[in-house]
Design a protein around this ligand. Structure first.
Ligand code: LLP
Length: 396
């Protein structure tokens, strides 16, 4: 329950800064980030941060000073890192559909590794490397394992576009051997928001069967560990998941180094959207609330039917249905229970630190909103709200 007047995040009263910033705003919690980083640092694996989940420069600098390794899916992510940092971090280029120019840049920068996910990418790389350039690569295999997660973020089944099918693997390995392209490992990203141990068990069984053909030392098991969007439901805990990975590695006697590419675990649960109910209205059957945040700030509910817990001050009418203010019927939150609110109540939407700001957009000419962080008991702006000029400045 939230009391508007007294609501505090890390000892800062929200009311004290409401006048300074237009709602909605994202608010990150630095203490929670440090807590997650502490857990990640304790892992006995090579952890790469997936920039696609959050590319805020302030947050990237935290990763540059701690984890120092990144999984990128476009060359612009590499360029961002080079722009904000003097030294070249460890980078795995792990996207689907890499273009020739992207591969050339990745090779020129001699990044740590390119994860090749199709024969076509491999052939392009071969021609680039003919000019005596060396690069290490991992082969992304499609293991045809269902990650048992949301269908829209599943990547490891044969119906998905990702990875090289088993039937093409030998051809691929042979081609690399003949053309002296060094394979340093194999990659298997099964999908995102995984909340069960079964897919990881199936994956290790699959790797065991394959290990004769893929004797290389690195196995990249991708990212995908789910976070608790309910903030009460107990999904697999981070430590248990990775203890299980170690157990499987030992059980199958695999002499491999494990690489993981984690995205949402870093910041997902470290950020809220603070917004307001614009007003309450009645449609035929229900009282509904129209919020001042919309699918342009967080598209996950409309796109994946994803749940983000919301809370309010608990005064006023009981409301179950919450909508954004974009002109689309799908601009709706998935809400599990009724919440008491008044016309202008403050609303907190939880777990908005990953795949929210990065997927936000200007639909309906909405402007991208402020990102703030509670940093060492002070409030710091880490993304300035866009100005109206932004909407027209690239039009010619
Ligand atoms: N590695 C690769 C190759 C990936 O494609 C992804 C995510 C990750 C790692 C990181 O996965 P994570 O640990 O964050 O689950 N927009 C969707 C998620 C799409 C995930 C894309 N790839 C969402 O909002 O749930």
């Amino acid at each position: 329950m939230i009391e508007d007047k007294f609501l505090k995040i890390n000892n800062i009263k929200i009311i004290s800064f409401l006048k300074k910033f237009d709602l909605p705003i994202y608010i990150y919690n630095y203490k929670k980030i440090i807590f997650n980083l502490y857990k990640i640092k304790k892992l006995k694996f090579y952890v790469f941060f997936s920039i696609k989940s959050n590319n805020n420069v302030f947050l990237l600098k935290i990763i540059l000073n701690t984890v120092k390794k990144f999984d990128i899916v476009s060359i612009n992510e590499l360029k961002t890192l080079l722009l904000i940092n003097k030294f070249k971090p460890y980078i795995i280029f792990s996207s689907c559909g890499k273009s020739l120019s992207e591969l050339i840049i990745a090779v020129n920068f001699q990044i740590f590794c390119i994860n090749i996910e199709s024969l076509q990418e491999l052939f392009k790389l071969y021609f680039i490397c003919l000019k005596k350039k060396n690069i290490s690569l991992m082969i992304r295999i499609n293991p045809n394992i269902d990650a048992k997660t949301n269908k829209k973020i599943t990547t490891g089944t044969k119906l998905d576009k990702f990875g090289i099918l088993l039937k093409n693997l030998l051809q691929c390995i042979l081609f690399c051997n003949l053309s002296k392209l060094p394979i340093i490992g194999y990659d298997f990203h099964l999908g995102s928001q995984i909340t069960s141990l079964i897919p990881i068990k199936k994956l290790f069984k699959f790797i065991k069967k394959l290990i004769f053909y893929i004797p290389q030392k690195n196995i990249d098991i991708g990212g995908g560990l789910g976070i608790d969007y309910y903030e009460s439901k107990s999904i697999i805990k981070f430590n248990n998941y990775y203890k299980y990975v170690l157990k499987l590695k030992n059980y199958y006697k695999l002499n491999i180094k494990i690489i993981i590419e984690l995205g949402r675990f870093f910041f997902g649960n470290c950020c809220i959207i603070l917004c307001k109910s614009n007003y309450l209205k009645y449609n035929n059957y229900n009282k509904i609330s129209i919020l001042n945040t919309s699918m342009n700030d967080n598209v996950r509910p409309s796109m994946y039917n994803s749940y983000h817990k919301i809370e309010s001050n608990n005064f006023g009418k009981k409301i179950k249905n919450f909508f954004g203010s974009i002109c689309e019927s799908s601009d709706k939150l998935i809400n599990k229970k009724q919440i008491r609110i008044l016309n202008n109540s403050l609303i907190i939407m939880f777990s908005c630190g990953s795949y929210c700001k990065v997927m936000s957009n200007n639909y309906n000419s909405k402007l991208k909103i402020f990102d703030l962080i509670i940093y060492k008991n002070k409030l710091k702006i880490i993304f300035k709200k866009e100005k109206i000029n932004y909407l027209i400045k690239n039009n010619v």
